[in-house]
Design a binder for this molecule. Sequence first.
Ligand SMILES: Nc1ncnc2c1ncn2[C@@H]1O[C@H](COP(=O)(O)OP(=O)(O)OP(=O)(O)O)[C@@H](O)[C@H]1O
Length: 225
Amino acid sequence: MTISLVNVSYVYNKNTPIEKKVLKRVNLEINLNEVIYIVGKTGSGKTTLLYLIDFLIKPTSGIIYVDGKSPYDNPDKYRKNIGFAFQFPERQFFSETVKDEITFSLKNLNIDNVDKRLEYVQRILDIDDEMLTKNPFKLSGGEQRRVAIASAIVHDPEILILDEPTVSLDYINEARIITFLKEWSNIKNKTLVIVTHDIEKFKEIPGKVYYLKKGKLIRSDSIGI
Ligand SMILES: Nc1ncnc2c1ncn2[C@@H]1O[C@H](COP(=O)(O)OP(=O)(O)OP(=O)(O)O)[C@@H](O)[C@H]1O
């Protein structure tokens, strides 16, 4: 799956006194097997850009294509191929147990092999059986982050989008996430889009780097390629 943004602009509260132009004529192509980093200061529009890439919002102007077609006629069809872990995991949780949280999308998308898929994400994200029985809202920050990512990848999407996956994690949890990302990015036909304000942390995972500055998306030197 290739996602293309062509001259995409985004304005919050357009034509009101609190209008805020966030993205200005952004061009970006996300191809299969790529790792893409989006870096920028706080408030530069990184999360807004991710919402556009997941078709959660529509551009104010410009066009988004998926494999040459508009995703907005049937966004769920295309979203099946995308996993999104938000910056604040507790805002994406809604289940009473970690197991229900992780397996929700499998039931929702009518995917079989629930046990196998669950086992896989438990292994790759270091989630033990005891954690499965816990309330996701009561986990530590590092555990919540792993559960959020597990929920985002359990249906085996092609594209994984992560908003600040390592922010406010201790060293051990950060290392776990980096190890997972290395493993996942090496799987064939997977694409990774990572928003971060700290690109240094990801230097072991080669990828293209883009900077968001004053609403413009600028290609920078790649890391590790
Ligand atoms: N729903 C909204 N309504 C109005 N303005 C918004 C809304 N969401 C975000 N903004 C504003 O748009 C700008 C970009 O926000 P965004 O969250 O995309 O930035 P960011 O780069 O992800 O920031 P951070 O690194 O702090 O998470 C900010 O100035 C923010 O205040």
